[in-house]
Design a protein around this ligand. Structure first.
Ligand SMILES: C[S@@+](CC[C@H](N)C(=O)[O-])C[C@H]1O[C@@H](n2cnc3c(N)ncnc32)[C@H](O)[C@@H]1O
Length: 237
């Protein structure tokens, strides 16, 4: 029996869908890496945002769950469940969008670093940890982040990025690893919260460095960046 259409209630996952839908490309084909229940992959096809999706996971149990979702929704013809470590076993095919959501920033960078054709796709990335390290990896490997949203899930607010390879390279200042949160809208409640938390974390890091070495330029720099971030939400340290 086909169940009701998938409703994505998770704001992180909805933001992934929104970033795909708003990218101006047509005939989209997604690879959702670390798909777990397969809800996002199923939603993308059911809602018409993508024509097909690969729902990939490294573990058998989540993959079984994704297969159940696909069968319950009658999506066997358009969503394929695949056991894969990252993109290693995902055929290049027609994939236009790679999604890595709900994993650590370092793991996402590692998954992308092992896939040569990731450069040909739009990347939708939602790191649960270390967003700054993921941004650094992206910039160092020529991927520009062209849109970024902040979305709350439970107690935390996460970044959701859309990135694309830029053949000219991506020159960047170190501050942008934090200020790329500069693409996040401070007018949205979750955006303002994300910026405030990033600024406080930077300020604490700067103070820690200065307490060990009061003349540290890096310590001062972090506090200055924290102030810049806070000024975007009308706050002060
Ligand atoms: C926390 S769930 C995230 C599910 C969903 N993407 C979301 O954001 O809500 C993380 C999933 O990633 C899978 N995973 C972890 N490492 C992976 C890898 N190297 N390749 C593919 N999947 C992986 C896990 O098995 C798990 O199902």
């Amino acid at each position: 029996m086909v169940k009701d259409m998938i409703k994505l209630e998770n704001k992180r996952l909805m933001a992934c869908a929104e970033l795909i839908m708003s990218d101006g490309c047509k005939d989209r084909h997604a690879a959702d890496i670390g798909t777990d229940h397969g809800y996002l992959a199923a939603y993308l096809v059911q809602s018409g945002i993508c024509l097909t999706a690969v729902a990939a996971d490294i573990n058998e149990k989540p993959l079984e769950s994704a297969k159940r979702t696909i069968a319950e929704q009658g999506l066997e013809g358009s969503v394929t469940a695949l056991l894969s470590d990252g993109l290693d076993s995902v055929p290049r095919g027609e994939i236009t969008h790679i999604i890595c959501a709900g994993m650590g920033g370092e793991l996402i960078a590692d998954i992308l670093s092992r896939c040569e054709w990731a450069k040909e796709c739009t990347l939708i990335l939602q790191p649960m940890t270390k967003p700054d390290e993921l941004r650094e990896w992206l910039f160092d490997h020529g991927f520009a982040v062209n849109r970024e949203l902040a979305r709350r899930d439970g107690r935390f607010v996460y970044s959701v990025m859309r990135a694309k390879f830029s053949p000219e390279g991506v020159p960047y200042e170190k501050d942008e690893l934090y200020l790329n949160a500069g693409l996040i809208d401070p007018g949205e409640e979750d955006g303002a919260e994300y910026i405030r938390i990033a600024a406080e974390r930077l300020k604490r890091a700067g103070e820690g460095i200065l307490s060990a070495d009061s003349g540290s330029a890096e310590g001062r720099r972090r506090i200055q960046v924290a102030e810049k971030l806070l000024s975007r939400i009308g706050g002060q340290l």
